[in-house]
Design a binder for this molecule. Structure first.
Ligand code: MD3
Ligand code: FE
Length: 215
């Protein structure tokens, strides 16, 4: 028998990856068309770009943001900023479909009333990767981070609180959502180089959205 999600079928229940971290396989599939359409208009306004790390390296992942705050990396460091430095304008507002999706995913995982003020958009072309890091530029780590994967699959690395802790490998596919809260919130994480491929809707790339309460 073929397994899959059908229109109107409720998504699978959250799978506890770790204390505070929940994997919701296929949770974004019913939201996919709206997310994809609104993503298109966000990156039309604020194009994807390769930021530079404070150490001077160009990131292989191309990024953009929407919402009241966006994440910025340059020679001065990492920070959240209400202004897109490429355009000298505020980041595009967060589409209602994004806010609704993040809120539902968080609620499914036991985090009620999650209201994101920043959405980071990461685009991986084949070969792009994200080395192990912690997300600590947000003001209050008691808020979870909600992530969703679209397009090509990837292997996510889920490490520990120390950078040298052994990392667990979690394959993530189109439509998978993960909610990272509690003691998982400050664990190191990264993404292995994305393999070549073609996704029927997204082409030869993986897009990851992360929803945060940054300010
Ligand atoms: C675990 N993005 O944008 S999303 C990032 O697939 C980032 O683009 C990855 O790491 C990506 O900062 C991973 C999953 C994720 C996001 C935040 C986390 C996992 C996390 C924060 C704490 C622990
Ligand atoms: Fe991260």
């Amino acid at each position: 028998m073929t397994m899959g999600l059908f229109v109107g079928e409720p998504a699978a229940s959250p799978w506890p990856l770790a204390d505070g971290a929940f994997l919701l396989r296929g949770f974004a599939l019913p939201h996919e068309a709206a997310l994809r359409e609104d993503l298109g208009s966000v990156i039309e306004q604020a194009p994807l770009r390769h930021m530079v790390t404070p150490g001077g390296f160009r990131m292989s992942v191309a990024m953009s943001c929407c919402g009241a705050l966006g994440w910025v990396s340059d020679q001065r460091g990492y920070r959240y900023d209400p202004i897109d430095p490429e355009r000298g304008l505020p980041w595009p507002p967060m589409p209602a479909s994004f806010v609704q999706f993040a809120r539902e995913a968080a609620a499914q995982s036991g985090f009620d009333h999650f209201v994101p003020d920043a959405c980071l958009i990461n685009r991986y072309e084949p070969g792009a990767r994200l080395s192990l890091h912690q997300d600590r530029d947000e003001r209050d780590f008691s808020h979870p981070i909600v992530s969703v994967s679209l397009g090509l699959p990837a292997v996510f690395l889920f490490g520990g609180t120390r950078r040298t802790d052994k990392a667990q490998r979690v394959p993530l596919a189109h439509g998978d959502a993960v909610v990272w809260g509690g003691s998982a919130r400050l664990r190191h994480h990264g993404v292995l180089p994305v393999k070549e491929g073609q996704h029927p809707f997204m082409g030869a790339c993986r897009i990851n959205l992360t929803f945060r309460k940054a300010g």
